[in-house]
Design a protein around this ligand. Structure first.
Ligand code: ATP
Ligand code: MG
Length: 152
């Protein structure tokens, strides 16, 4: 089915905004962004990314989600201003059970499955996920989801 991307992201952000004192700000350059996807699984992607962004920014900094358009795809960026991820760990970050031992920060619990699942869902939908991050400054996870050829 076709799912309304922007609406779905607003819903996910809204749910987390109710649970957390940390603000999740959604900024969209597009209005109607439909993608061909499984609504439940796509929601799981944003839940996981928002969950991580909150979990790994213990200073309660704002989380920013930006939705934009590129030729042939929608780009969604989830940015936090948290602890960041060392560059040498980026390649393994999406592996099953992989977790970073962040030095200097108190141990944050998790199973290491979140990003593995995120990547699986995104690639199953023909999309890609990349990240840019700087230790002590924060991280941006960038999704590219293909636009449907035609809506029917
Ligand atoms: P869970 O299965 O509960 O999501 P998790 O959060 O540890 O557990 P992933 O979501 O797969 O597992 O993330 C893998 C690792 O990547 C995390 O342990 C964490 O070290 C690092 N990480 C993920 N997102 C961020 C982020 N936004 N900022 C800093 N580190 C992150
Ligand atoms: Mg996680």
């Amino acid at each position: 089915t076709y799912v309304p991307l922007v609406e779905l992201i607003h819903e996910a952000a809204e749910r987390w905004n109710l649970k957390s004192s940390q603000l999740i700000h959604v900024d969209s350059e597009v209005e109607d962004a439909f993608i061909y996807a499984d609504r439940i699984r796509i929601t799981q992607v944003f839940d996981n990314l928002i969950n991580n962004a909150l979990k790994y920014s213990p200073g309660k900094e704002v989380i920013r989600i930006r939705i934009a358009e590129e030729a042939g795809c929608y780009v969604i960026e989830v940015t936090d201003y948290g602890i960041g991820i060392p560059a040498e760990m980026h390649a393994r970050l999406f592996d099953k059970f992989y977790r970073v031992s962040h030095s200097g920060s108190r141990q944050i619990k998790g199973s290491g499955l979140g990003l593995y699942i995120v990547k699986k869902i995104v690639t199953d939908h023909g999309g890609t996920i990349t990240l840019t991050s700087e230790v002590g400054r924060g991280s941006t996870f960038r999704l590219r989801m293909p636009k449907p050829d035609h809506l029917d």
